[in-house]
Design a protein around this ligand. Structure first.
Ligand code: DGL
Length: 257
């Protein structure tokens, strides 16, 4: 099989990376995808950097063994822990990570208040500190660790009263001192976007890094002359470390929401 026909691998700690896969399929619809979620070991955001790095390397090896021509690390937490190591291990393979979309949020309004929702690990890491330092002259950046948020999405619980209450408490800061924009710095969170927007109101802009990541993958594949040139729509093959059929059904549901 020509290398161009091989699938693109998309990896996340669970089902969250499907928010990135949805963007990939919009701009690269003719590609085939293998999506691997490591729900058995999730949440990554509550682990150490070393643990997440080791799990991400294992997942990448597993996906390359299946013939992936490129890899999207569709998890902010795994990106901050492992993307640099992965690039050293696989210098010739198109490999793209995701990071919180702070730039568009920080440049939206001079001296605006930007709330960055992410996992505890992402916020602790040096990669995020550096990202914050780059924009702190332009905006007031407020990191908000969200332990527990991804668990609702992993259960497919996107509209319950419990979830609304959890988010209302989490976003209480906005009621005391309103923010201008919110960055969804974890790939699970775009699935909570409707509720988050309802709670924050219409004046708050909400950003995530999914589309930018998909665009970057397209650019990298084009550079390596690896874009699939066929005309038909490609396929998506879901795998999950839990090996539970219900998880695969949830993946399909989230893809087609
Ligand atoms: N989806 C992952 C991210 O983008 C995090 C979820 C987890 O804690 O495992 O950061």
């Amino acid at each position: 099989m020509s290398k161009k026909m091989q699938p693109i691998a998309v990896f996340d700690s669970g089902v969250g990376g499907i928010s990135v896969l949805r963007e990939l399929r919009k701009i690269l619809p003719n590609e085939d995808y293998i999506y691997y979620g490591d729900s058995k070991n999730a949440p990554y955001g509550m682990k150490t950097k070393e643990e997440v790095c080791a799990l991400t390397i294992d997942a990448a090896q597993y996906l390359f063994k299946q013939g992936a021509k490129g890899l999207v690390v569709a998890c902010n937490t795994a990106t901050s822990a492992a993307v640099r190591t992965l690039r050293e291990m696989y210098p010739d393979i198109p490999l793209v990570g995701i990071e919180p979309a702070v730039k568009p949020a920080a440049t939206l309004k001079p001296n605006g208040r930007v709330l960055v929702m992410a996992t505890p690990m992402t916020i602790r890491e040096e990669k995020f500190r550096k990202l914050m330092a780059r924009y702190e002259d332009m905006a007031d950046i407020i990191p908000l660790p969200c332990p527990g948020l991804m668990d609702f999405v992993e259960r497919g619980d996107l509209e319950s009263e419990d979830f609304r209450r959890y988010l209302e408490e989490l976003l209480f800061v906005h009621r005391i001192h309103p923010v201008d924009s919110v960055v969804l710095g974890c790939t699970h969170y775009p699935f909570a976007k409707t509720l988050i927007k309802e709670i924050l109101g219409p004046d708050v802009e909400v950003f995530d890094g999914g589309e930018g990541t998909a665009r970057e993958m397209k650019r990298r594949l084009a550079e390596a002359d690896l874009l699939n040139e066929r005309q038909e729509t490609g396929t998506v093959y879901f795998q999950n470390s839990l090996e539970d059929e219900k998880k695969i059904q949830l993946c399909e549901w989230l893809l087609n929401l």
